[in-house]
Every structure is written in C-alpha cells, then in structure tokens.
Write a protein that binds this ligand. Sequence first.
Ligand code: NDP
Length: 290
Amino acid sequence: MKLAFIGLGAMGFPMARHLAKEHEVVVWNRTREKAERHAREHGSTLAGDLAECASAAAIITILPTSKEVDEIVDQLLPHLKAGTLWIDATSGDPNASRLTAHRLAEKGVVFVDAPVTGAVVGAENATLTIMMGGTAEHVARAKEILRVNGKTLIHVGDAGAGHAIKVLTNTIMGATVWITSECMLLAKQLGIDIKTALEVTNAGSGRSNASENLLPMRLRDHQWPLVFKLAHHDKDIRIAASLAHQQHASTPMLALTQQLFSGALHQLGEGADYIEVAKIVAKMNGTTWE
Ligand code: NDP
C-alpha cells in the first residue's frame, strides 16, 4: 500500500522505518534533511513536496500538537481524494481532532486518531501501545497499517477518544514521577539511601514505571537524556486539564499536576526532558539526586 508519513521526529523516524519494510512509504519532514536521510537509509521515498503526500492511500502524521497537524491538513486539503485514510499519531487535543475529522469528512477523507505510548525505545522496537479513535471500520483499516509499530492496538471509541485517553494516561505518569521523586528525596533526607528506598518501593505497593525504570536509570547512568520533551508532556497535561474543566470534573490532583509541570517547564526550558522535573523537586527541597 502507498503510505505518506509526515513528521520524522524522535517517534516518527523509527515508526516510518518499520512501515517502509511492508509498504511503499513516501516521507515528508519540515527539515528536509531528515526525510532525505530516511529515504537513503530505510528504503522510503522522499516526497518532492507536501502535496505529493495526498496521492497515498493513507497519510500518517506525528507532529508536536494538533495545531501543526491542522496546518498540514490546511495545506493538503485541496489535493486530497475521497477514500483516503488519515491517521494522526500525534498526542493531540480531542476537541481539535474531532473538528479535523469533520473537515476531512467533507472531502470524503476518513480520520483515525492513533496516539502512541511506549517512548522512543517502543518506536524503535515496534512495541508501542496504540490507542485509536474512530469508527470500527476505519480503525480496522488503521490497525492493519499500524500493527507493524506496536504490540497492543486498542480501539477506544469515536474520533478523539484515542487522544483523550492518551493525555489522561500521560497525566498519571507525570503525577507518579513527581510523587515518587518527593518521597525518594524525603527518604534521603531521613538518612535512607535513595537506591535502597527505590528497592523497597519496587518490592511493594508504591512501585511504578517511575520507580522501576525512569528514575533508577538516571541514577545509575548519572545522565538525564532527552527522550520525551517536557514541553510535550506539559502540553498533554494541559489538554487533560482543559478536558476536566470542560466536563466540570472534580480533579484537584490533575490540576495540581498541571500547575507543577507548567512551573517546571518555565524553570527548565523547552529543551528539557520530562524526567528532569525530578531535579526541580530536589531543588524545592534543597537537595540533589546524587
Ligand atoms: P519531536 O519534537 O522529536 O518531532 C516533532 C516532529 O514534528 C518533527 O518531525 C518536526 O520537524 C515536526 N514539526 C514540528 N513543528 C512543525 C511544523 N510547524 N510543521 C511541520 N512539522 C513540524 O517530537 P516527538 O517525535 O517526540 O513527538 C511527536 C508527538 O508524539 C508529540 O505529540 C508527542 O507528545 C508524542 N509522543 C512522544 C513520545 C516520546 O517519547 N518522544 C512518546 C509518545 C508520544 P523538524 O524535524 O523540522 O523539527
């Protein structure tokens, strides 16, 4: 099948690589050199221009936010043909994606939101979990394509539902990283070695991805690599907070998490990794992770 893949960032680059093993994949990226490298190294085809993507049977986008996706939709709309499937793997805003689905439907293009979880390593190893929103028929089409990228593909509900659950699950992760950091650093202040505190936590009911993997990895390697931009994580939690507001939901923990992450982003800057919020927790307590 001819696919167009738009957005060769940390996630998109390896995802498009796996797709190119089974399909004819045309790649487009804002910074053209990345698309050239992809075509050179992974057997994809460089799109001459963005409009060329419209000739594919399915278009896959994975961009920072729904705003950039809509800018691409604006540019491609005049060229799109009925029957095309648009899969948006961005962690987007469900309200925006439902509007996008309507706009595309006017051209006979069907939309499935299919955000992913599992980090860059999951994209590299094709072990992502992919949560999908759309009709059963359209999601089945999208699953047939994305099965090479993930182990677990779940139809969540109508268009936008995938984006909704994605930001909620990322909010849980953010809150967990923060509370685990607070408690591990408090353990240190109480004279307990952090590694021992993590060992106990992981043998008990406080364990999570933060305590089992994310924090121990950084303590072991003394490195805080950029794997998922804090700016993206903050965006997800802000979308979750806006959904809660829209539903008149009582979500004080979510609201607090949003406030903490936005504050951390101001302090750490756009270039920070999401786990670096743990450094802010240390700073707030006059201590360090060393
Ligand atoms: P990156 O910042 O690594 O890549 C972003 C991509 O979007 C790049 O290809 C970039 O192009 C392109 N882009 C940015 N702005 C524009 C624009 N205005 N017009 C066109 N293209 C643009 O992001 P990630 O791959 O990390 O994340 C992408 C999405 O996936 C986000 O929604 C994120 O929340 C989500 N996600 C990320 C995970 C991770 O661990 N990294 C895990 C799960 C989901 P260029 O190369 O020119 O900069």
